[in-house]
Write a new protein. Structure first.
Length: 274
């Protein structure tokens, strides 16, 4: 079973090699990387200069500059050939056993995810996180998923592919996972941390006024769930997602208030102690 991995690349010249090297180190070699340039850069040339291009890589472009992860991922979907699909940000990496570990569960349940290993980009050190080694596989329903304050990056069968919501950039991964769980019922979550998620203070989520942008996005999503198209969700899922986004919006507002007295506070630190 080939797994297609879509990698949006925006200003990724200094980090993309790390991401693709982690794919090349997988214990399962049957993968396809779809690298989507969203800044006009020829990333084939970037990787070729590092001796890191191979036949499992496909290079496409949004033909735009900074069109957003949601749009780049949708462009990438047009190039996939795999039986299963996952995502990898250009500044993150997978541990070598990720495909080997998640594929059996994805085949059985339609999708599977692991817990992210959050790492400080500047120091390379893991951030404080709870030890989940004694946890077994959890079956997340939508209500349980909406209680999470950390991203999930599932691996899922191609039959469950859905395009990202046009124009939704803030928390677009949350929307994608809501729609996936609405489709498959429950998402298996393993306790192993096989995705290294680098926290960068220069990222969109840490930019100035990010809290205001998230607040506006949450308000829009809640309105669509309550009175609009509901993102195509089943009625029960709409109700659950609406309550979940209400919680996320309240947490974001509390974080914005906390940042007024502690501007250096990261959302990850705030969420861990709230």
């Amino acid at each position: 079973m080939t797994t297609s991995v879509i990698i949006p690349a925006y200003r990724a010249q200094d980090c993309l090699l790390r991401a693709v090297s982690s794919l090349r180190a997988q214990t399962v070699a049957d993968w396809q990387a779809v690298i989507v340039s969203d800044d006009g850069v020829d990333y084939r040339a970037v990787l070729d200069a590092a001796g890191a291009v191979d036949d499992r890589m496909v290079f496409v472009s949004t033909d735009r500059i900074g069109s957003g992860c949601h749009h780049a991922r949708n462009i990438g979907l047009g190039a996939i050939t795999g039986d299963s699909v996952s995502w990898l940000d250009a500044d993150d990496e997978w541990l070598p056993q990720r495909l080997e570990t998640l594929l059996p569960l994805a085949r059985q349940h339609g999708a599977a995810a692991d817990v992210l290993l959050c790492v400080d980009e500047q120091t390379g050190q893991p951030l404080p996180q709870p030890d989940l080694s004694d946890h077994g596989v959890q079956q997340l329903d939508l209500a349980a998923f909406m209680q999470l304050d950390q991203p999930l990056v599932p691996l899922f069968l191609r039959e469950h592919v859905q395009e990202r919501i046009a124009g939704a950039e803030m928390a677009e991964d949350v929307l994608a996972n809501i729609r996936l769980i609405d489709r498959i019922g429950r998402l298996p979550l393993i306790p192993q941390r096989l995705y290294r998620y680098y926290i960068r203070t220069s990222s969109l989520a840490h930019a100035a006024q990010a809290e205001d942008r998230f607040d506006s996005a949450y308000a829009e999503y809640m309105a669509r769930l309550a009175h609009g198209d509901g993102f195509g969700l089943k009625p029960a899922s709409r109700i659950t997602a609406l309550a979940g986004f209400g919680r996320k919006r309240a947490l974001n507002q509390a974080y914005a208030e906390a940042r007024r007295t502690n501007p250096a506070l990261t959302f990850e630190d705030f969420a861990r102690t709230s």
